[in-house]
Design a protein around this ligand. Structure first.
Ligand code: SF4
Length: 364
């Protein structure tokens, strides 16, 4: 492999399977050789998980966009009396999924919602249970660590008991959102009303102890420093060392449109998105899967990210709303054939999977 002399020690460490340090991570963020970074991350991806790229044939179900949290980076959450506010009934959620079931390959649901000021925990739980009972063949991934902390607070239950109840209602895996940047400084400034970094991590730790797999993410490109990006990755790596319960890591570039924060922030460049993907693969040496989330990255960048360490490209989605409220320019859904095509064009093997990375159909 080719690199400047300055980075030969990092390249040697990666080739020898040695863990990178915080200092290495900071140096990688200062590296301008994007082709080298990509090649190094692609090498690790190939060694760790081969050429399969996972995707889901799935449907996103966002039960409500009414939310008490008012996170400054969010364009989805709104007050009850705001234009476009909605809250689905159980029947409406079932009707949405029934419509998505017209796709004979639909395999699962991704259920993520706002923190509704009037809904009880039982309200969310009953809808989840109804979806599970009406569509027993569909896997159920849902609720971020932020939602689970909210459920514990409004119900008076412990995080463990909330998780056990959701598991009994059909939940099979936890969504990766809500981690943002796991820094009290950032959370105080951008989302002081929702789960703290410690609470988000506690949900993941508890879920893993119950055998429920979860996912992790990083929302970057707002007010965080490079040091905070690296520390976020190291925090996740540390918990993964402890539990092994994270399945995939998702890089979320901040989309500023229609957010309170947006006016002051320039959207990340493709350069930043690709280097962050590559560095995430290199730093998170105990994560098997790294996701290129096409909704935020755009489809062309997500495809390119498959050469920068990613081995997961999310799913068909059916109808994405959360990020399109923030000006995402990608489509709101992708046909399975398109996903398969972009994976194959990248020289990789598409595999439809469930929410726990079990392969349902291998397209080759
Ligand atoms: S990011 Fe989530 S918790 Fe925050 S305002 Fe948006 S919907 Fe609510």
């Amino acid at each position: 492999m080719l690199c400047t002399k300055e980075y030969a020690d990092i390249e040697a460490k990666v080739m020898n399977g040695e863990r990178l340090t915080r200092e290495d991570g900071l140096r990688l963020f200062a590296c301008h050789d994007i082709a080298w970074l990509g090649a190094l991350a692609d090498y690790v991806r190939r060694e760790k998980c081969g050429d399969i790229v996972y995707y889901n044939v799935n449907c996103h179900v966002n039960l409500t966009n009414i939310c008490t949290s008012h996170c400054k980076f969010c364009a989805f959450g709104r007050d009850k009396d705001s234009k476009g506010a909605y809250a689905m009934t159980k029947d409406k959620a079932i009707a949405l999924v029934r419509d998505a079931m017209r796709d004979p390959h639909l395999a699962g649901l991704h259920v993520v919602s706002g923190l509704h000021p009037d809904w009880s925990f039982e309200n969310y739980e009953e809808i989840l249970k109804a979806l599970h009972e009406t569509f027993p063949s569909l896997y159920l991934k849902g609720f971020t660590g932020v939602e689970i902390v909210h459920f514990a607070k409004i119900s008076g239950l412990s995080i463990k008991d909330v998780l056990l109840r959701l598991q009994a209602a059909g939940l099979q895996a936890i969504a990766g959102g809500g981690a943002e940047i796991l820094s009290d400084r950032i959370r105080q400034q951008l989302c002081p009303k929702k789960a703290t970094a410690a609470e988000w991590l506690e949900v993941a730790r508890t879920a893993h102890s119950l055998g429920i797999k979860s996912n992790a993410s990083m929302l970057y490109g707002h007010i965080e420093t490079v040091e905070e990006r690296v520390d976020h990755l190291l925090t996740l790596r540390e918990l993964q060392d402890e539990t092994g319960g994270f399945q995939t890591f998702i890089c979320f570039p901040f989309l500023p449109k229609n957010t309170e924060l947006g006016e002051n922030i320039t959207q990340t460049s493709m350069w930043d998105d690709l280097r962050t993907m590559a560095i995430s693969r290199l730093m998170l040496d105990n994560f098997r899967n790294i996701k290129a989330y096409w909704v935020m990255l755009t489809v062309p960048v997500a495809q390119l990210a498959l050469g920068f360490g990613a081995n997961d490209i999310d799913g068909t989605i059916h109808k994405e709303t959360i990020l399109h409220d923030a000006g995402a320019t990608s489509p709101t859904a992708l046909p399975e054939d398109t996903i398969v095509h972009i994976i194959r064009e990248a020289g990789r093997i598409p595999a439809a999977s469930d929410c726990n990375f079990n392969i349902i159909r291998n397209k080759d």
